[in-house]
Design a protein around this ligand. Structure first.
Ligand SMILES: Nc1ncnc2c1ncn2[C@@H]1O[C@H](COP(=O)(O)OP(=O)(O)O)[C@@H](O)[C@H]1O
Ligand SMILES: [Mg+2]
Length: 256
């Protein structure tokens, strides 16, 4: 375990973040702070707004209202969320989804190199050098020249992690990165995520993996119906929830 002093300043601060889909309010004025180097597990029942929260943080979904402070960028939803600001905000964030979305027709190496060339303007040689380093870091140096289809789901998700890291994010967002994987393949992804956490990366992780939440994340929050209903140090929160709704959810997870 990394020792975290807990006095780092927040790298993410959300104030009263709300999201409406038509008449339906999916997020109800969420306030949240995440400190540099912190790993936050986001748990809660299906439909509680976990994905919406992550998608609003990087503006895949524009929040309806509220303010986001992400590293050095402040965006007030609906007020000054210009294209330029959203681009600056996204430059701080890497995201990994349940589905890996690799390009099937180019090699693993090119999958990790291409976004660097497009987004950061790196030369092909430089991007491929970074890609090789990161593929080594996720344990896939030997897959660089293969096509993604020759890789298992767990390997493909590790490639997706390398691809996101290659853009140099300050914060990584994970939305159920192991849900589509067989348990054993999920473990190899979780192990890469644990190493990333230990290297000091700030991470927001939506997950149903309670082992990961308890042992790797520093803090956890439980969402229900678009609100954060409980938050605190992970182990305490998961072992000793205070609300009936949280207890009910955790019982259901444990009985899976
Ligand atoms: N694009 C959308 N349009 C309308 N409703 C949506 C959309 N995306 C999500 N929702 C609704 O918002 C709520 C929260 O969804 P989501 O954030 O995906 O939950 P979770 O990730 O916790 O399962 C759900 O009721 C869902 O049906
Ligand atoms: Mg979701």
């Amino acid at each position: 375990m990394t020792v975290k002093t807990g006095n780092e300043r927040p790298i993410i601060r959300l104030e009263k973040l709300s999201k409406d889909y038509g008449d339906f309010r999916a997020l109800h004025g969420v306030d949240l702070e995440v400190r540099k180097g912190e790993v936050l597990a986001i748990i809660g029942p299906s439909g509680s707004g976990k994905s919406t929260l992550l998608r609003c943080v990087n503006y895949i979904e524009p929040p309806t209202s509220g303010t986001l402070h992400i590293a050095d960028v402040t965006v007030r939803a609906g007020v000054d969320d210009t294209t330029r600001k959203i681009r600056a905000l996204r430059a701080n964030l890497g995201m990994v989804f349940q589905s890996f979305n690799l390009f099937p027709h180019i090699s693993v190496l090119r999958n990790v190199a291409l976004p660097q060339e497009r987004v950061l303007g790196r030369s092909r040689a430089e991007a491929e050098e970074v890609a090789r380093t990161l593929l080594g870091r996720v344990g896939l140096a030997n897959k660089a020249d293969q096509f993604p289809v020759r890789c298992s789901g767990g390997q493909q998700q590790r490639i997706a992690i390398a691809r996101a890291l290659a853009l140099g994010p300050k914060v990584m967002l994970f939305d159920e990165p192991t849900s589509a994987l067989d348990p054993e393949l999920g473990l190899e992804v979780l192990s890469v995520m644990r190493e990333l956490a230990e290297s000091g990366m700030t991470m927001l992780v939506v997950t149903h993996e309670m082992g990961f939440a308890e042992n790797v994340s520093d803090h956890a929050l439980i969402m229900a119906e678009g609100r954060i209903i409980e938050e605190g140090p992970s182990r305490e929160l998961i072992r000793n929830p205070q609300t009936e709704r949280a207890r009910q959810f955790l019982r259901a997870v444990n009985e899976r």
